[in-house]
Ligand binder design. Structure first.
Ligand code: NAD
Ligand code: UD1
Length: 355
């Protein structure tokens, strides 16, 4: 039986594919590569020395998706694909609503048609909006503040309605906090387009000399050093959480919602200092205006995931920064074709890209 991974070429998807392949799962990936590169998949194959099937396809291609379900014995889906940039979602709300909502609806309709009822869905801590208290538990009040967040909130509701309609559905909704870090090999990692919006990719591009300084968005928040506090989680810990969620839904039904974070927050200045230590580089910064929509403090209550999934994050901030740095400095321009790949392709030793 196979697991279908939508968005598997992306940052979190590619790391999750490694964990699945290493755990012995058969993996089928669908990604239109709108925010990723096929090279990440070449490197997943290289790291794991395992094969998988990749379809370069838009999830909105219903007929294409049906042919994948007809061709592979899919038992569950992990659904990462979607657009994720908050600022862009404010500029392009129709694109965000269309892509994130329609593609998920089509995916669920095709799953229903092929009687595949197990789904792990990528949600976000952004659904908590302006949290009333920290740590944030799964039953905290919800309220997204931008179109991206609203797509996650609406999709969470749709999936709950779907599961309520037929008890065969087993759905795990995972609310990620702030994923950072990279696989320890340094071969795959986060590869933002243009100037990064998120803190860690920005810091690492300053450290590698691509950007001149970090702009610290506000130092007058009610936090010990005045800068924003977030719950950064190593992407490999996050990826492992998906395997635990998968195991749980395979054994049961209904909807479960889990925070995936560490339960510990770090400020912007603490992150800059940790990255300086990990990289050995000095990281200049300047305090700038607050970024509209930002909150002061956000970190997870992880007790439910610890208890019900038997999962907890084990990698600390030093390892997160060290692994981000290894990825950044060995791939300063992101994903580029390399000789290993060309050699393996020539030898016919590669994962299969299906038509
Ligand atoms: P990513 O952009 O690296 O990966 C998403 C992948 O989906 C990309 O490879 C992209 O090409 C693909 N994709 C997008 N639209 C598609 C479509 N219509 N058809 C087929 N493929 C499509 O993002 P990521 O950081 O890996 O995030 C994965 C998921 O986790 C997303 O749903 C995102 O909203 C969610 N999430 C991410 C974060 C984060 O900080 N990275 C935080 C919370 C939630
Ligand atoms: C952002 C998104 C959120 C998404 C999350 C993970 C916004 C408003 N929110 O959250 O929806 O779920 O990413 O993808 O974009 N910072 C700086 N300088 C920078 C960048 C960030 O000081 O150049 C600060 C921010 O003010 C914040 C912290 O660093 O305090 C983390 O920012 P970021 O990495 O963008 O994540 P979030 O704000 O948590």
């Amino acid at each position: 039986m196979a697991i279908l991974i939508t968005g598997g070429a992306g940052y979190i998807g590619s790391h999750t594919c490694i964990e699945l392949l290493e755990a012995g799962y058969e993996v089928v990936i669908v990604d239109n590569l709108c925010n990723s590169s096929h090279i990440s998949l070449n490197r997943v194959a290289e790291i794991t020395n395992k094969t998988f099937t990749f379809y370069k396809m838009d999830l909105m291609d219903r007929a294409g998706l049906e042919s994948i379900f007809a061709r592979h014995p899919i038992e569950a889906v992990i659904h990462f694909a979607g657009l994720k940039a908050v600022g862009e979602s404010v500029q392009l709300p129709l694109s965000y609503y269309h892509t994130n909502m329609t593609s998920t609806l089509i995916l669920c309709e095709v799953m229903k048609k092929f009687e595949v009822h197990k789904l792990v869905f990528s949600s976000s801590a952004t659904v908590y909006g302006l949290p009333e208290a920290v740590p944030i538990a799964e039953n905290a009040a919800l309220g997204a503040t931008n179109p991206y967040g609203r797509t996650k909130l609406m999709l969470e509701q749709i999936l709950q309605d779907l599961a309520a309609s037929d008890e065969r559905w087993g759905v795990s909704i995972l609310r990620y906090f702030n994923p950072i870090g990279a696989h320890k090999s340094g071969r795959i990692g986060e590869n933002p387009n243009g100037i990064p919006n998120n803190l860690l990719p920005y810091i690492s591009q300053v450290a590698v000399g691509k950007l001149t300084q970090v702009n610290v968005f506000g130092d007058d928040y009610p936090t010990p050093d005045g800068t924003g506090i977030r719950d950064y989680i190593h992407v490999v810990d996050l990826a492992k959480g998906h395997l635990k969620a998968l195991e749980k839904i395979k054994a049961g039904s209904g909807v479960d919602i889990y925070n995936l974070g560490t339960g510990r927050g770090y400020s912007v200045l603490e992150m800059i200092a940790a990255f300086e230590i990990a990289s050995g580089q000095s990281i200049p910064y300047a305090v700038a205006e607050r970024r509209p929509g930002d909150i002061a403090v956000c970190f997870a209550d992880t007790e439910k995931a610890n208890r019900e999934l038997n999962w907890s994050a084990t990698r600390g901030i030093e390892e997160m920064c060290r692994d981000s740095w290894r990825w950044q400095c060995s791939n300063p321009s992101g994903y580029e074709e390399d000789s290993f790949v060309l050699h393996e392709l020539a030898a016919g030793n590669y994962h299969k890209t299906a038509q």
